[in-house]
Design a protein around this ligand. Structure first.
Ligand SMILES: Nc1ncnc2c1ncn2[C@@H]1O[C@H](COP(=O)(O)OP(=O)(O)OP(=O)(O)O)[C@@H](O)[C@H]1O
Length: 315
């Protein structure tokens, strides 16, 4: 498989703070990588170094086989970038803006006309083609952002929060579009939305405190935490301390952990060293102790749980 993005040992400090600490990342053609991490983890700084907007202290980045610092023009020709927020030049009509970006990207005459037509159709912009960007809804503005990143048909696409602020229908369309264009490109999508990663990404890379802490398919990430040795209990009470106190003596041999509190319920995890005991037995015991049990079952982790687990450990 062709490697289209190759970052090696990227490091960036701001004053005393190490924002990105020895990050290496390779992305092959056809891969869609979800780049995840808590706020301040180093996602944007890493993406800026890969796109050539920020020089690393150490390390290198190649796009389409070209070093982004030694051969920036060749690297940038292979790259489309959707930054956060709306495209600039709000008073320009969509057609003029995309034509301008296309020309800047070196497209001429027939090729430019063809690419503009393809963008209008593929990114579904026909309806707003002659309208000024500032008069568009957020969803359409985001699509214009995608179209400007795609106009020169780059091999590599870097998308910063592409569905941020879109309504559920627009999110769905954006994900379809990413899936549609994915087979011939390498795509890195930074997002906080984990369901988006499960929907469109073939790989999830999680960064925390500047270091990569997980890199696998979403399914493998979840699978790695699924040893079938934990039981999940939902209790219809938000009082987590008293819930834990009451469960403790009824769940011998288990380590207790509060997973979340939501809508007046507390989700508690019972982790066992071996095969857990029967869920019905536990349920009966909890009910006889007058605990408002809503649900008891074998714990099947979600990507969200894995994310929390790998990003909250002390590094
Ligand atoms: N130009 C800068 N000067 C000083 N510190 C910076 C600069 N850019 C980023 N940082 C710091 O580097 C760290 C990583 O920031 P970065 O923006 O890469 O995180 P992020 O993962 O993209 O976060 P978010 O999800 O909030 O966008 C943060 O602590 C941030 O405050």
């Amino acid at each position: 498989m062709t490697t289209l993005v190759a970052a090696r040992g990227l490091k960036k400090r701001f004053g005393d703070m190490t924002a990105v600490d020895d990050v290496s990342l390779s992305v092959s053609r056809g891969e869609v990588v979800g780049f995840l991490g808590p706020n301040g983890a180093g996602k944007s700084t890493t993406m800026k170094m890969i796109t050539g907007f920020l020089e690393p202290d150490t390390g290198t980045a190649e796009v389409g086989g070209h070093d982004v610092w030694r051969d920036p023009a060749a690297a940038k020709a292979k790259l489309g970038y959707l930054p956060e927020g709306a495209p600039a030049y709000g008073d320009m009509p969509v057609a003029d803006f995309l034509s301008f970006v296309g020309k800047m990207r070196g497209l001429r005459k027939a090729e430019l006309t063809n690419r503009l037509a393809e963008m209008a159709e593929r990114v579904r912009l026909t309806e707003v083609w002659s309208r000024p960007i500032e008069a568009l809804s957020k969803g359409y503005r985001r699509r214009v952002g995608i179209a400007q990143a795609l106009i020169h048909d780059p091999d590599v696409l870097i998308l910063d929060e592409p569905t941020d602020g879109l309504d559920p229908n627009q999110k769905h369309e954006m994900r379809n579009l990413i899936r549609e264009i994915a087979p011939n490109k390498s795509i890195i999508v930074s997002t906080h939305i984990l369901e988006e990663v499960e929907a469109v990404c073939s790989r999830a890379v999680i960064i925390a405190s500047g270091k990569i802490v997980a890199d696998a398919t979403p399914r493998d990430l979840v699978g790695s935490k699924d040893d079938g040795r934990a039981i999940q209990i939902r209790i219809g009470s938000p009082e987590e301390a008293s819930v834990i106190e009451k469960i403790k003596p009824l769940a011998e041999g288990a380590e207790l952990e509060v997973m979340e509190r939501m809508n007046g319920s507390t989700r508690v995890l019972l982790r066992y060293n071996d095969k857990p005991e029967d869920t019905h037995a536990i349920e009966t015991r909890l009910k006889s102790a007058d605990l408002p049990v809503e649900d008891v079952g074998i714990y099947r982790p979600r990507l969200e749980d894995v994310f929390r687990d790998v990003t909250t450990r002390i590094h």
